[in-house]
Design a protein around this ligand. Structure first.
Ligand code: 3PG
Length: 212
């Protein structure tokens, strides 16, 4: 299996979000995603227990690249980094987090939805950004417009991406990968239906292969 984050995203350009509070369920969800072929995973920091879930995935699984999402402050970025996060995702662009990640040499995907935000990310030295919330921020037409002016930037649309529209986002050459929570439905995680999660991951891998 390829090792770097970019090689993994090249092979399977989909980043599932895990938002589970229970560490055991977070680990089993990550394993189910990996079984379906998705090995780059974003654990979103939306509860007090989320970081423990990410730590458990890092400690108890092998072969995954695990990052932290919904990172809002520099202190939080430092904390998830100390826990082992291999990349950081934010809903918006905060310069001090960007500069910290560039200094640490780890990928940072800040949410952007306007040309000004993309340009600020570019000026800070970033060449990959999240496009969030993708469906509300203009979806594929907006990304096409961005692609024609930001030649060096690659985008990770997240927010409203699903199996239904994954193909059209991934068909754009400047889309690095798509992120989303559709791969980890709350009811499947809560009921322990990990087979469904593996199935959704496999389906996303097949869509990605057809799109690229
Ligand atoms: C995010 O954190 O990027 C979004 O909340 C994910 O959006 P989704 O739930 O529509 O995939």
């Amino acid at each position: 299996m390829s090792n770097t984050l970019s090689e993994r995203l090249e092979a399977a350009p989909v980043v599932p979000l895990i938002g589970e509070n229970d560490a055991g369920r977070a680990v089993r969800t990550a394993e189910a995603l990996a079984a379906g072929g998705l090995t780059v995973i974003e654990v979103v920091m939306r509860s007090d227990d989320a970081q423990r879930g990410m730590e458990a995935i890092l400690a108890e699984t092998e072969g995954l690249i695990v990052g932290a999402g919904t990172v809002l402050t520099l202190d939080q970025a430092k904390s998830v980094r100390a826990s082992g996060a291999e990349f950081i995702v934010s809903p918006g662009l905060v310069d001090e987090i960007a500069l910290y990640c560039l200094d640490e040499g780890i990928p940072f995907y800040p949410g952007t939805m306007t040309a000004g935000e993309v340009q600020r990310a570019y000026t800070l030295g970033l060449r990959e950004v999240k496009f969030f919330p993708a469906s509300l921020a203009g979806g594929v037409p907006m990304l096409k417009a961005f692609g024609s002016v930001f030649r060096e930037i690659r985008f990770m649309p997240t927010g409203g991406v699903s199996a239904g529209n994954l193909h059209e986002f991934l068909a754009l050459p400047h889309v690095l990968a798509c992120g989303g929570s559709w791969l980890t439905p709350k009811d499947a995680v809560a009921s322990g239906d990990y087979a469904q999660i593996t199935q959704l991951a496999s389906e996303a891998v097949a869509i990605a292969k057809a799109a690229r």
